[in-house]
Design a protein around this ligand. Sequence first.
Ligand code: GCB
Length: 601
Amino acid sequence: MKPIKSVLILLFISSFTTLFAQEREFSDLLQNIDAREKVSLNGLWDIIIDPLENGYYNHRLQPMDNGYFKNAKMQSPSDLIEYNFDTSDQIMVPGDWNTQMEKLYYYEGTVWYKKDFNYTAKTNELVYLYFEAVNYEAIVYLNGERIGTHTGGYTPFQFEVTDKLKEGDNFVVVKVDNKRKRENVPTVNQDWWNYGGITRSVHLISTPKTHISDYSIQLAKGSTTNIQGWVTVENGSDGDNVEISIPELRKNVKSVVKNGKASFSIKAKPTLWEPKNPKLYEVTIKTGTDEITDTIGFRTVSTQGSKILLNGKEIFLKGISIHEEAPFKTGRVTSKEECRILLQWAKELGCNYIRLAHYPHSETMVREAEKMGFMIWSEIPVYWTILFDNKDTYANAKNQLTEMISRDKNRAAILMWSVANETPEGEARLDFLTNLANEARKLDNTRLITAALDTQSEGEGGKMIEDPLGKAVDVIGINHYCGWYVDKPQKCSSVKWASAYDKPMIMSEVGGGALYGLHGSKNERWTEEYQAEVYRTNIEMMRNIEFLSGLSPWILMDFRSSRRPLKRIQEDFNRKGLISEQGMKKQAFYILRDYYLKENN
Ligand code: GCB
């Protein structure tokens, strides 16, 4: 059983030979799972740690048909079965394994997860097994039978399992492998913790047999009065009726499925979503057999020369970068409350924008941020030097991009899709990223495309932005660590920037590290004073960049990274947070806050 819609598969058959062999316009993900009837499979799962993949391969390294996924039990005292989920360790889902068990702190490899659950069939329903995210490769088995695989650690996937479920007791087994590989996205080299496991929630979702599977409902590009969209109906037929209503706007339109999709457009004058008034409307979609309600905001985003326009008006993006790392407990964020703590800190800082780095964050994070009025930069982990000339790597990146846009295309808060972070110039990279940018536009022509670059050269007028990738994006992100990786902080105020492009630029990263509570002179690294000086002088630098339309310094909170071993200072944490992982604000927090509260309002 594959998580793909058969009609669309036929449209795109690529030459790629991997898991992404069959391509489609959008992934088939169910839209808006929060509004669906579902049973949670969260909680304790039994696990078996399997560094040699003993539960998958035999001693000839051939995949076995009686691996751990069979969940076998001894039938008689003489049986030889060298594993037993029932007596194994347990860990929580959602959650990374690294912070739940000491022996898994640095672990990269396979862990088998198993969960028992009960199911009672209802007539005329379909059931999906839906994973919000598993890092990195998942092979999923239901009642001992393989139902599918997924690659990529930060996007959701699903399998329709109606016919595989049994009345009463069932079990699901997932082989999770977070081994880093050179050809993966991200590749072997990354500055954040490679948290393994079923890191986000798992659900059994029920829908009517013929049901609304996906929809797109947003203002048409450039219009504030034309709400446009489409609805797809699984197991539906051409000619099926679809009704879309927005009661608060007194709108109700009818459409009919044609070639698998019901398209519509609604003339309306919605109050536009913006950070100061993040207005969301209830939108209901109805078919003969199904009904679903979402909360959706309407806004436009565009550029004009070096300006970003929200609803036609220039807006300056006062932001901060955020990793999906949990405050206080560290490890992966696993609850709405943790999302809200991070977002509340960004609010206190005076932000109207957040960069969700370096991969798609959970749907919960995006929806909470939208309610709180943050504009969002969302990105895929095309990070540093991935294999730009490898077709499978491209297919993987494109799949993650498609899944990110599929899931979040109705979120007004998202202004920008970012296709890459700090990639090295070169022909293969330019082709790769230009293709990805075009792909993103094909899937969603209403948002801006960006990428974070660190490739500027030294020109006469100072730093010069002329990376050819600038052509492919709408907004240029620049990561630059003046006062930390280059030059001393005092030098930064006078650094000048020029650009070959008449496009908006966002300083997508600036910053420096400090250990909370470490004090000294502003020339002493790792002190709060040093970090504050980095912020002070970088803000002065940014005041002089005419084409700057926003910034998202690095980073809201200290986060774990295995590239950061320095004893007594880093201890496996990247210390560039404005707040420590225990929630303590450093001096630089207040420097940036002052800037945000006093300027560019
Ligand atoms: C960067 C990367 C980010 C790192 C950061 C750092 O340029 O984009 O992922 O964590 O620098 O701290 O070096």
